[in-house]
Design a protein around this ligand. Structure first.
Ligand SMILES: [Zn+2]
Ligand SMILES: [Zn+2]
Length: 275
């Protein structure tokens, strides 16, 4: 008979969970309550780590040198090769200023990378913003059964708002964001204004992402003049635009496993979309 190795209980709610040590060795069964405690403890440790790191160093914008307040929006700074060193940040203003220039060179870069089979989803840290954006767009395309203009035309040199078009949602702008555990929210800039519907895809805090946590389908009219969007985990403001995530998540997981050992290139994306 199974027994929880932490509290000794011989009962659990619904089913038994497995517990592992730091080296991923199985160390025993966990009851539902202990599993809950273990998960809470993990989250607490991650939060603590982030807070400590924050105490150690003030964040400065790498572009203008101004201090970035903890509560300000900040953006990862990608160098000329489209690589983020995992620490450099930019303030709101510098981000928007840089956006057009950066996006253009980033687009040229991934147009080349995708053709040379250089994009691998498993190397999440090596992906540029555009590449991460494309992954999420492809998931949206599959789930909503819409075509992706750049994939169809075999050309990634131009972005623009007419990339995805849906009979009901019109032109779709897809934005994704990692969960910001410090501020308990998801955030991203909205640079474009020529779209009908924003699909805001809220991911978890892991790297690489494990799950889509929330999905919002927001008409452009609700966003007029906003240059960014923030959705707080506990807020109610955007609740009515929240969409069921099961199908999106199934496709996200499907994509991650399909591309585990395959390059993320146009042929493979097409195959996956038609699968
Ligand atoms: Zn237990
Ligand atoms: Zn700045």
């Amino acid at each position: 008979m199974k027994k929880c190795h932490r509290c000794g209980s011989r009962e659990t709610i619904r089913y038994w969970h497995n517990d592992y040590d730091n080296k991923r060795n199985w160390i025993g069964h966990l009851c539902y309550n202990c599993k809950l405690d273990v998960e809470k403890e993990k989250t607490r440790k991650i939060k603590e780590k982030i807070l400590n790191e924050k105490k150690d160093k003030k964040i400065k914008c790498v572009k203008c040198g101004n201090d970035i307040d903890i509560d300000d929006n900040k953006y990862n700074y990608y160098d000329d090769n489209g690589v983020w060193d995992k620490k450099s940040k930019m303030c709101d203003k510098c981000y928007v200023k840089d956006w057009y220039k950066e996006t253009k060179s980033d687009a040229l870069k991934y147009d080349t990378r995708i053709r040379k089979d250089e994009i691998y989803i498993r190397d999440f840290n090596s992906l540029t913003k555009n590449e991460i954006g494309l992954i999420i767009e492809v998931v949206v395309c599959k789930t909503l059964m819409v075509k992706h203009r750049n994939i169809e035309s075999n050309n990634f040199r131009s972005g623009g708002a007419d990339t995805l078009r849906h009979p009901m949602y019109g032109y779709i702008e897809v934005k994704s964001s990692s969960f910001d555990i410090e501020r308990n929210l998801w955030h991203n800039a909205i640079e474009n204004e020529n779209f009908d519907t924003l699909m805001f895809v809220c991911m978890d805090m892991y790297n690489p992402w494990k799950n889509i946590e929330r999905f919002y389908t927001i008409p452009y009219s609700e966003l007029s003049n906003q240059v960014s969007i923030s959705i707080s985990k506990n807020g109610k403001k955007w609740e009515r635009f929240r969409t069921e995530i099961v199908y999106f998540n199934n496709n996200y997981h499907g994509l991650v496993s399909y591309f585990k050992n395959r390059p993320f290139n146009i042929d493979n994306i097409k195959k996956w979309l038609n699968d």
